[in-house]
Design a protein around this ligand. Structure first.
Ligand code: DC
Length: 225
């Protein structure tokens, strides 16, 4: 019988390199890649569009129940759709980035997106990145990685990413935003950013993307054999 493929959870703080590395690893193993941060960003985008209060849990949940969030293959990155509207770039804009922590702290939103993420991961052969994948969404994932890097390094990386997308935010602002998001993501009541007890911690501050991807690939190969 053909192997189903593993569930690989990659968690860590903002701009630790999760999505870049997760994409490379998924490609190498022919696994599906699921960016759960994009799902939180997509509902946040919808909330801003609809003019609903960021902390109005009932209204936000009602909105979430009405929309589909889906991914389509694309280069250089997967395309993200809310219903039939492409939001790939819109969800990376500062208005969404600065509102997503509030929306992702709502328990009803987390419960619904966790359910959708479990369905996506159900068949295995998946690399899923986020904040709570190893700890909450996929507690039985065979591979759990927790990526960390210094705030300075993460701000530099976001500066580069942003430049490629035509977003112009000063480095000091990015540093401040990352620190704020770390604080909010780590201190929220439901599923805060936390390393699962059985996750492998990798500090990527002085590692290249390829080195991190190689290390994770090695870990997956060991589990597969
Ligand atoms: O990875 P990112 O920066 O695109 O994530 C956007 C936000 O979504 C982040 O500030 C926290 C939230 N998030 C979350 O709460 N749980 C996840 N599994 C993924 C992201």
């Amino acid at each position: 019988m053909e192997k189903q493929g593993l569930q690989v959870a990659i968690d860590g703080p903002a701009s630790a390199g999760k999505s870049t590395v997760a994409k490379i690893v998924a490609q190498r193993f022919h696994y599906i890649y699921c960016d759960t941060g994009a799902m939180y960003r997509a509902i946040t985008w919808k909330v801003l569009q609809a003019g609903v209060g960021l902390t109005d849990e009932a209204a936000v949940k009602a909105l979430l129940d009405q929309i589909t969030i889906r991914f389509e293959p694309g280069t250089p990155e997967q395309k993200v759709f809310v219903d039939d509207t492409e939001v790939t770039l819109a969800i990376r804009q500062p208005d969404v980035t600065n509102s997503v922590s509030a929306v992702s702290a709502l328990p009803a939103v987390r419960a619904e997106l966790t359910e959708r993420q479990r369905q996506i991961a159900d068949a295995g052969g998946i690399v899923m990145d986020g904040r709570d994948i190893g700890s909450t969404v996929l507690p039985h994932a065979q591979v759990k990685i927790f990526l960390v890097a210094s705030v300075d390094e993460r701000a530099q990386r976001r500066l580069k990413d942003n430049a490629a997308k035509g977003i112009d935010t000063p480095l000091a602002t990015l540093k401040h935003e990352i620190e704020e998001r770390d604080r909010k993501d780590s201190t929220r009541k439901v599923s805060p950013l936390t390393q699962a007890a059985d996750a492998i911690r990798l500090d990527t501050t002085s590692m290249s993307i390829e080195q991190v991807a190689d290390k994770i690939a090695e870990i997956i190969q060991k589990k597969e054999s």
